[in-house]
Design a protein around this ligand. Structure first.
Ligand code: CP
Length: 318
């Protein structure tokens, strides 16, 4: 068991979003992940925490970072792993998500990790099965482990979250990464500014919890962290800005803009990067960039989340 600072007792069998988590729960995941991170630095990168448990990766959408990171995290904790590939499955014959989940569950599994294009798919799986469910990204709704690994990376670099000024830049309205970051960061006391074209800034949640801006250059000098989002071409339908060149000119991070940031600004991007669009290569690969650190930390966060949900017994009759 990792040594975390928090005495908090985790009671959730699912991680569906950061909206439903308290600040205390978020800190507990971060502290648990900090304990697990050390395992990845050992010569034998293994711990027995999930020995005998079966983790199923249900990825209905493409992924590099999240799927490989969950895969590695499960292996590091000695779980058995089943990978589900949509193209080679009976989903192609019309089987529903619920039937797919219930049939796999009948084989005796413990954790579903699901990515799906439909917002709410993880919630549906959690309602219709008795297996732990972890959301690995559902439509434009939430990507909670990405939010957690981003917050972990910021806390590691800055030593705190409370009071930090964080800009999230780009296609906010289509971004599940933005939504999870907004919930998590604001619950922990960061001041979040959402920056993007008017067509990509949402109302409701953002208006209540964050400051909105269409002018990246005016907000940059005060920011401690700048998190640049990928343009979600697959979720936009018609483009919500005139051209890629226009987007890059107004909202792209480059060396000139970096020179006007704080000396210790942290530059982040969840990946995959559209190089030269959201961020130029010199900044993405430069000393202020935390992009690969985010990927490294993702493994520890996913170890922590799987460990925590698997440790909670189902209620009788659930
Ligand atoms: N950041 C992220 O979710 O990347 P993948 O789509 O590669 O998993």
């Amino acid at each position: 068991m990792p040594r975390g600072k928090s005495q908090f007792v985790w009671t959730r069998r699912h991680l569906l979003g950061l909206e439903e988590l308290s600040a205390e729960e978020i800190v507990h995941v971060l502290d648990t992940a900090a304990g697990f991170k050390e395992i990845s630095t050992r010569s034998i990168k293994k711990a027995p925490a999930l020995r005998g448990k079966v983790v199923v990766l249900l990825f209905f959408e493409p992924s590099t970072r999240t799927s490989m990171s969950f895969n590695l995290a499960a292996q590091r904790l000695s779980a058995d792993l089943l990978e589900f590939h949509t193209e080679a499955s009976s989903v192609k014959k019309g089987e529903t998500l619920i039937d797919t989940g219930r049939n796999i569950e009948a084989m005796g599994v413990d954790i579903f990790v699901i990515r799906h294009a439909a917002a709410g798919a993880p919630q549906m799986l959690a309602r219709h099965t008795n297996t732990c469910v972890i959301n690995a990204g559902d439509g434009a709704h939430e990507h909670p482990t990405q939010g957690l690994l981003d917050i972990f990376t910021i806390r590691e670099a800055k030593g705190r979250i409370e009071g930090l000024k964080v800009a999230i830049v780009g296609d906010i309205s289509h971004s599940r990464v933005a939504r999870s970051n907004i919930w998590g960061l604001t619950k922990l006391g960061a001041e979040v500014t959402l920056v993007g074209p008017p067509t990509q800034l949402p109302g409701g949640l953002a208006g209540e919890r964050c400051r909105l801006s269409h002018d990246l250059d005016s907000v940059l000098p005060e920011m401690d962290v700048v998190n640049l989002l990928r343009i979600q071409h697959e979720r936009q339908g018609a483009n919500s800005f005139p051209s890629i060149r226009e987007y890059s000119r107004l909202f792209g991070m480059n060396a000139e803009r970096l020179s006007r940031c704080k000396d210790d600004v942290l530059i982040m991007h969840p990946g995959p990067i559209n190089r030269g669009v959201e961020i130029t290569s010199d900044v993405a690969d430069g000393p202020h960039s935390a992009i690969l650190q985010q990927v490294t930390n993702g493994v520890a966060i996913r170890m922590a989340v799987m460990y925590l949900v698997a440790g909670v017994k189902p209620e009788k009759g659930n």
